[in-house]
Design a protein around this ligand. Structure first.
Ligand SMILES: Cc1ncc(COP(=O)(O)O)c(C=O)c1O
Length: 472
């Protein structure tokens, strides 16, 4: 590692073996050619680099001269040595870049063009400028107390969650906390965890990576059919009760009660993924399932939908009986989210900026959903949106999986990226939960990811592709 006091450049030269002119030249050329030293970077003076590498100054001088002769570097006597602008391949000319970027209508994604830059950066700046130096140390593994308190009151106010500050654990994303809870259950002896038959493959893999076997349960128009749980010998179930992902149905009141009864009688745990609980458009918001049984439900949420995934913050509300084990798992999980950003989010929530961000997004997504529903009614009246008026995606039902495959393919041909419902299905749920029903089919349409300027084109193109596919 070389630091040049004049340029401030920290330079790591990957030298394998000796320090001859040829070897130093190859190492430096690799850094420049690979883009790790951007154009315009000023290199250390040959005297400094030579002393750090333990070679003669002339050796470095010769390396610089050779690379300058090849065009990688530029030198001016008395002024120094820079990385020169070298013509590089234009990525827009690569074979894969001939089509315009696809219109991304996949589920579960958000466009962050309305991210509250000013408010968020104000709270980040305040955290950096005003926090006492003690708050720059290692954060509490369960999360910064100020944020846990802000979340406890925000979740109680907006989702009816029963939470005190002690119950809240902060993580860097839903997947982080899902893994944490799954590992905790594993250490307590759980071997198998139920999931909804439809969901993210990544979440199933996270559960498996924690050492648990994933057991899918069927999903119908009342949500997950939890009546299967009693005979599945599982220690927990991951549910999306507010708005099943991606079918869009809410868990019925009877099933909410049934899953709590199962948890109480078996000692099992319910993991409530409230990923889009704030985004309900029909004014009939249903509170969190966790409120029915705070002793048996872990409530999980994240800032990915209301703010952006890159904020990297999520939260769990954990039953008292599990907290010590969750904390112990957190301590060995090797990292916690940035304390400064946790403080920023705490201030952001307490100033009601989070509420404002949710409200803005809710209006935006509701308008997109209504636009999509109107388009479908006009151009493809045989198709309908299924599920609740909520969230960032919806399911358009089709007759069977071959119609689904045709619809997805037609959309792709027109530059629209969507997924079929079958791509979210866990492998072979019918082996574990036999039912007599036919397999549902449909296209999952995420209207959250496109920037506003492309929404109309994207949804219109998709509706035309769907209409064509179902009349083919
Ligand atoms: C079903 C579901 N759960 C949870 C999440 C949130 O995950 P993360 O916090 O990793 O963004 C998402 C995001 O797409 C989701 O679709």
């Amino acid at each position: 590692m070389v630091t040049d006091a004049a340029t401030g450049l920290d330079l790591y030269l990957p030298l394998h073996g000796g320090r001859s002119v040829r070897e130093i030249e190859a190492g430096l050329r690799a850094l420049v050619a690979g883009g790790r030293l951007p154009v315009g970077t000023r290199l250390p003076a040959s005297r400094v680099l030579a002393s750090d590498l333990g070679v003669a100054r002339n050796t470095v001088g010769e390396v610089y001269a050779r690379l300058a002769a090849e065009g990688w570097l530029q030198t001016r006597v008395g002024a120094g040595t820079w990385v020169a602008a070298v013509p590089r391949p234009d990525p827009s000319r690569s074979p894969g870049a001939q089509h315009p970027a696809p219109l991304d209508l996949r589920g579960g994604l958000v466009d962050a063009s309305d991210f509250p830059h000013a408010a968020w950066s104000g709270h980040v700046r305040r955290a950096v400028a005003e926090l006492p130096s003690a708050d720059f140390g290692y954060p509490d593994p369960a999360g910064v107390p100020a944020l846990r308190a802000s979340l406890a009151s925000y979740l109680a106010r907006t989702r009816g969650v029963v939470a005190d500050f002690d119950a809240v654990v902060v993580g860097s994303g839903f997947g982080d906390l899902l893994g944490l809870i799954a590992r905790t259950l594993r250490t307590r002896g759980t071997r198998r965890m139920a999931v909804e038959e439809y969901g993210h493959e990544r979440h199933r893999r996270i559960i498996e990576a924690a050492g648990l076997q994933v057991v899918p349960v069927p999903v119908d128009d009342e949500g997950a059919d939890v009546s299967h749980l009693a005979r599945l010998d599982v220690g927990g179930i991951l549910l999306t009760p507010a708005h099943q992902f991606p079918t869009g149905v809410p868990l019925s009141a009877a099933r909410r009660r049934a899953v709590v009864e199962w948890a109480r009688s078996s000692g099992g745990l319910v993991l409530e993924d409230d990923y889009d609980g704030e985004f309900r458009y029909d004014r009939r918001s249903v509170g969190a399932l966790q409120a029915l049984a705070p002793d048996a439900v872990v409530y999980l949420g994240s800032a990915s939908k209301a703010l952006a995934p890159s904020v990297g913050l999520a939260w769990a509300v954990v039953p008292a009986s599990l907290r010590d084990d969750v904390r112990a798992q957190r301590e060995v999980s090797g990292g916690v989210p940035s304390g400064l950003h946790q403080h920023a989010l705490s201030g952001f929530i307490d100033a009601f900026e989070y509420d404002r961000a949710v409200r803005r997004r809710r209006a935006r997504f509701r308008a997109r959903r209504e636009f999509f529903a109107t388009l479908l009614a006009q151009r493809a009246p045989q198709l309908q949106i299924e599920g609740l008026s909520a969230g960032l995606q919806c399911l358009v039902g089709v007759s069977d999986e071959s119609a689904e495959a045709r619809a997805v393919a037609r959309a792709h041909e027109r530059g629209v990226a969507v997924d079929g419902l079958s791509s979210f299905r866990a492998a072979d749920p019918r082996h574990t939960t036999p039912t007599a029903r036919s397999t549902p089919a449909g296209v999952v349409v995420g209207y959250g990811a496109l920037p506003p300027s492309r929404v109309e084109t994207g949804l219109e193109t998709l509706v035309d592709a769907l209409a064509e596919a179902v009349t083919a």
